[in-house]
Write a protein that binds this ligand. Structure first.
Ligand code: FES
Length: 228
């Protein structure tokens, strides 16, 4: 039988089953915590760090990713403090610098209040969120993709660098990839990368309802939990 705990997120009492992540509990109650590497029903690896929150304990707090934090009885979570907003904005800015050609990343950056990108654009095709790897390995149990290498050489690839015969080409890795949808005006060439930031509807939504899930466009290209 499921056991439930009660916690507080941004001052609201939330009831969630034991074992649920704080991110899932928040989403269930319509509290928007920006997230990118989380895929409903797959394990979380805390890769993008966008879902950071403050976990308040004994008068002090620590910053942690809400997708990897399990709910506990009486826990107090703050998702939208000045500190979190600033840290999250910086993370989103770094992600845009890494992958300006991802509509999902650009949308999240807008939602997080990024106004400019102060870091050099790298224009990578992968932000190592691991969504494709986990979907392939955990959902299909195909183990066609994995993380190869370490440090700056770490990347997603087939085990021996070529697509194995047992890959059924289902395309789920592409479907779940935040790079699969480019910004509205199309891919940006090297040297011409910029913050898109033109999505007026998202800008006004984020300004008027900073902490609420407003069923924004973030789910369109890469399946936010709320829209899956
Ligand atoms: S969604 Fe939690 S770290 Fe990416």
């Amino acid at each position: 039988m499921l056991q439930y705990v009660t916690l507080t997120i941004d001052g609201s009492r939330v009831r969630a089953a034991k074992g649920t992540s704080v991110l899932d509990a928040a989403i269930e109650y319509g509290i928007c915590i920006p997230h990118l590497c989380h895929v409903p029903s797959l394990s979380d690896i805390g890769a993008c760090r966008l879902c950071i929150v403050e976990h308040v304990r004994n008068g002090s707090s620590n910053v942690t990713t809400s997708c990897t934090l399990r709910v506990q009885e009486g826990m107090v979570i703050r998702t939208n403090t000045e500190k979190i907003v600033k840290l999250r904005r910086n993370i989103a800015e770094l992600l845009v610098a890494e992958a300006p050609n991802s509509r999902a990343v650009q949308d999240i950056a807008v939602r997080c209040g990024v106004k400019e990108v102060r870091y050099p654009f790298r224009n990578n095709n992968c932000i190592q969120c691991g969504r494709c790897v986990r979907y392939c390995n955990q959902y299909w149990r195909a183990n066609v993709l994995g993380f190869i290498g370490r440090g700056k050489d770490r990347h997603v690839d087939y085990p021996l660098g070529t697509r194995p015969d047992f890959c059924k080409n289902c395309g789920a890795c592409t479907l779940y990839c935040p790079m699969s949808v480019t910004p509205c005006e199309g891919p940006m060439k090297r040297g011409e990368e910029h913050l898109c930031g033109k999505c007026e509807s998202q800008l006004s939504m984020s300004a008027s309802l900073p902490g609420a899930c407003v069923r924004c466009d973030l789910g369109k290209g890469f399946q936010c939990a709320r829209h899956a």
